[in-house]
Write a protein that binds this ligand. Structure first.
Ligand code: PBG
Length: 324
């Protein structure tokens, strides 16, 4: 059967019809809002390349978490800007570190909100790499124990979900074993399984003060041309005990999200990263794009590609827009 019996436009005539037959219903239920915790009190400093996103002290983080929870967003993910940095990222392990104190404060506020944490060394090392350096290279195995200790310290502080983003081989197993051996067998891991070496992390490195001081991250983050390798990374992380997996960034890698969704029966996350956010913000500020429509369209695209969970700096705006 074809035209004139077939007229696809019949189902596009009114918003009620379109809404009824819509295949992807973008929902706040999968949103995660990323936040940057810094030392001090009553600090709230906007990140210049990420309008609307701030580096904040623990007290102000709790305030914004109240707003986030009030919007129906189920989770935040925390990144830390520590007081001190050293070669091994030791300050990431402190029970009184910025992230650990933020977790405790948010949990104490008894909000209806999951607290996830990014587990990585790059914000805590003086060289800015995601692992320790041996002979001029980022050393895989020597990094695992520190990552596991960091994850444990987040769990002890009360983190609900741990999200390792370092891309060292074997880190999910190292973290899972450490958690299980210390009474945290119920704490889930969301691994940044397929994390690409991307230029779209630029603004984040300003926000988290984590730019590598020499070289780049190509020896541990994935090459942008690869999708089979992403499936291998996901398979390995799941074997090692990851409960959920993530693809990052999101927009240039929608095919990777789709491939992971089709191959694995676990919750799939996608990180709509800082550079993706900054592009939209800059164009919107110039009046070149309709921010609301663009954001809802791109988040719908990420969900349609197969993501159950979307980490996005647009989460608060999108939550408000989805309500009205
Ligand atoms: C830490 C980490 C990064 C991001 C999340 N965790 C930066 C990086 O790997 O360089 C990027 C997030 C974003 O750009 O929004 N390893």
């Amino acid at each position: 059967m074809t035209f004139p019996a077939q007229r696809p436009r019949r189902l596009r005539r009114t918003e009620l019809l379109r809404g009824m037959v819509r295949e992807t219903r973008l929902s706040v239920a999968g949103f995660v809002y990323p936040m940057f915790v810094c030392p001090g009190s009553n600090v709230r400093q906007e990140v210049s390349s990420m309008p609307g996103v701030h580096q904040q002290s623990v007290d102000r983080i709790v305030e914004e978490c109240r707003e986030v929870a009030g919007l129906g967003i189920p989770a935040v993910i925390l990144f830390g800007l520590p007081e001190t940095k050293d070669a091994a990222g030791k300050s990431s392990l402190s029970a009184t570190g910025v992230v650990q104190r933020a977790i405790e404060a948010i949990k104490k506020a008894k909000l209806n909100l999951l607290v996830m944490t990014d587990v990585c060394l790059c914000e805590y090392t003086d060289h800015g790499h995601c692992g320790v350096i041996e002979n001029g290279e980022v050393a895989n195995d020597a990094t695992l124990e520190i990552l596991a200790e960091q994850a444990l310290s987040h769990a002890r502080a009360g983190a609900d979900v741990l999200a390792p983003s370092d891309m060292m081989d074997g880190r999910v197993a190292a973290i899972r074993n450490k958690l299980d051996a210390n009474g945290f067998s119920e704490t889930p891991i969301l691994s940044y399984a397929a994390k690409y070496c991307s230029a779209f992390y630029g603004p984040f490195r300003e926000a988290a003060q984590s730019a590598p001081q020499f070289g780049d991250r190509r020896s541990y983050q994935m090459d942008p041309g690869n999708v089979r390798e992403a499936l291998k990374e996901v398979a390995l992380d799941l074997e090692e005990g990851a409960d959920m997996v993530m693809v990052k960034p999101a927009l240039p890698y929608l095919d990777v999200i789709r491939a992971v969704r089709e191959r694995f029966d676990v919750p799939v996350g996608a990180y709509n990263v800082s550079g993706e956010y900054a592009m939209v913000k800059a164009a919107a500020q110039k009046g070149w794009l309709d921010e609301k429509r663009v954001v809802l369209e791109l988040l719908t695209g990420i969900q349609r590609a197969g993501a159950d969970i979307i980490l996005t700096y647009h989460a608060k705006d999108a939550a408000k827009w989805l309500k009205t």
